[in-house]
Design a protein around this ligand. Structure first.
Ligand code: NAP
Length: 248
């Protein structure tokens, strides 16, 4: 599934799932803008890619900040040209009982998990329209499909991203741009290991009885980014070990 000549942004690519997506799309020959708040993590991902012969650049930016997004996109275009693959992966997840969620926590969660993807979409859709081709992949969460205790703010942000995915999929369906989502469930990353849950014990309750790997999500993204997925938009690839089998 060669993406040779394509330019991709992967947000939150300095860690976990985003890193695996960046490495995988680079293996498929896309040039990857590795964007993260964490500069050391982004540099590490770029090294993994370039050591394997791929093309990548690190960009430190807050994906909730419109000015930072515009500056990053301008830099990418100047180096490599139009951006036609966007993976909105950066996210934060905290656990707070519903009545204790502060306005600040609510707003920051929505800003990073929902407003950020919206700002990135608006930044790159003109490039995609000009190319007559584009791939937007939003990393949502299986918690949107199941609910999650003490995560009303997080689930709401990811539910909003589900809505954005479907709305943009419909609006841009005639243009060659596809917009799809991957809701991960229980993937082995710093986010999961930092959560106040016993991940190993919970994994035993999953149909597949194990935690997933970031590469499992990356494989779904590689398909959605590819030419082979060109008749697929507004869809969900639930990569969750069988945790949730409905569609959303
Ligand atoms: P992770 O290991 O914490 O990686 C997330 C990365 O995003 C980190 O490098 C983080 O930087 C970065 N980031 C956070 N806020 C940012 C911002 N404002 N601007 C730019 N970068 C930012 O988490 P992960 O598990 O790989 O999660 C990736 C995505 O999958 C998230 O959207 C998450 O909600 C979703 N997801 C994960 C799971 C799972 O089981 N792991 C399940 C469902 C959904 P810092 O380290 O500096 O914060």
């Amino acid at each position: 599934m060669s993406l040779k000549g394509k330019v991709a942004i992967v947000t939150g690519a300095g860690s976990g799932i985003g890193r695996a997506i960046a490495v995988r799309l680079a293996r498929d020959e896309a040039a990857i803008a590795v964007l993260d708040l964490n500069g050391d993590g982004a540099a590490e991902t770029v090294k993994l890619i370039t050591d394997a012969g791929g093309k990548a650049m690190a960009l430190v930016a807050d994906c909730a900040n419109e000015k930072a997004i515009k500056e990053a996109a301008t830099k990418i275009r100047a180096e490599w040209g139009p951006i036609t693959i966007l993976v909105n992966n950066a996210g934060i997840a905290t656990f707070v009982p519903y009545m204790d969620i502060s306005e600040e926590v609510w707003d920051r969660t929505i800003a990073i998990n929902l407003k950020g993807p919206h700002l990135f979409c608006r930044e790159v859709i003109p490039d995609m329209l000009a190319a007559g081709w584009g791939r937007i992949i939003n990393i949502t969460s299986s918690s949107v499909q199941s609910g999650s205790v003490a995560q009303a703010h997080y689930v709401s942000s990811k539910g909003g991203l589900l809505g954005l995915t479907k709305a943009l999929a419909l609006e841009y369906a005639p243009t060659g741009i596809t917009v799809n989502m991957v809701p991960p469930g229980f993937i082995d990353t710093p986010m999961l290991r930092g959560a106040p849950i016993d991940a190993e014990a919970f994994a035993k309750t999953l149909p597949m009885k194990r935690i997933g790997q970031p590469e499992d999500i990356a494989a779904a993204c590689a398909y959605l980014a590819s030419e082979e997925a060109n008749y697929m938009t507004g869809q969900t690839i639930s990569t969750n070990g069988g945790r949730y089998m409905g569609s959303a």
